[in-house]
Ligand binder design. Structure first.
Ligand code: S3P
Length: 179
């Protein structure tokens, strides 16, 4: 706790939200950015803007490896600025290159969690925009998420803070910040 307080004193306004696809990172990041009065960034949207293409098209053209390189390059370009922001990362962002290590060094990382069946229900409705999920049947989304979480948690669990349920986020961080 003391560590987190000290950390926030240095990096209060640079926050990276991480977690599985569909957990609500974008929603929570917008809420928090608004709360802290700093810019909100969505890493997927930054990639789409810079490349002028949808994530699904980038996956088709350069595959997942190519996408991960682009993702890391764009993420890294934000480490060098002194700017405050709240960034919603892509679900896979912490798990490639040294992304998690650098996010931990450059800001406060928050791992957002929720029940997998809640996330699965959300993803059934939003499949099309997510190339790794679009190919799954609705019944396969939950087992896919179970497997994905097991693979990714070694990275996600390196976050400074773990928050359950998207609505708790702003409240919990406000408490930390108020110290
Ligand atoms: C991905 C999640 C997506 C996006 C890309 C890959 C992943 O972001 O970055 O489709 O590997 O889990 P969201 O978590 O916002 O869906």
């Amino acid at each position: 706790m003391l560590f987190i307080r000290a950390f926030i004193e240095v990096y209060t306004n640079r926050i990276f939200l991480i977690g599985l696809p569909g957990v609500g990172k974008t929603y929570a990041a917008k809420l928090l950015a608004n709360e802290l009065n700093v810019p909100f960034y969505d890493l997927d949207s930054l990639i789409e803007q810079q490349k002028g293409k949808a994530i699904a098209v980038i996956f088709e053209e350069v595959g997942e490896d190519g996408f991960r390189k682009i993702e890391a390059d764009i993420l890294f370009s934000y480490f060098n600025s002194n700017q405050s922001f709240v960034m919603a990362c892509g679900g896979g962002t912490p798990c490639f290159y040294n992304n998690m290590e650098y996010m931990n060094q450059s800001g406060l990382t928050v791992y957002l969690i929720d029940y997998l069946d809640t996330i699965a229900q959300r993803l059934v409705k939003e499949k099309a925009q997510r190339p790794l999920i679009a190919k799954l049947t609705n019944e396969n989304i939950l087992p896919y998420l179970q497997e994905l979480r097991a693979k990714r948690e070694p990275y996600y669990l390196q976050a400074h803070i773990i928050v359950d349920g998207e609505t708790q986020l702003a409240e919990k961080l406000k408490l930390f910040i108020a110290g």
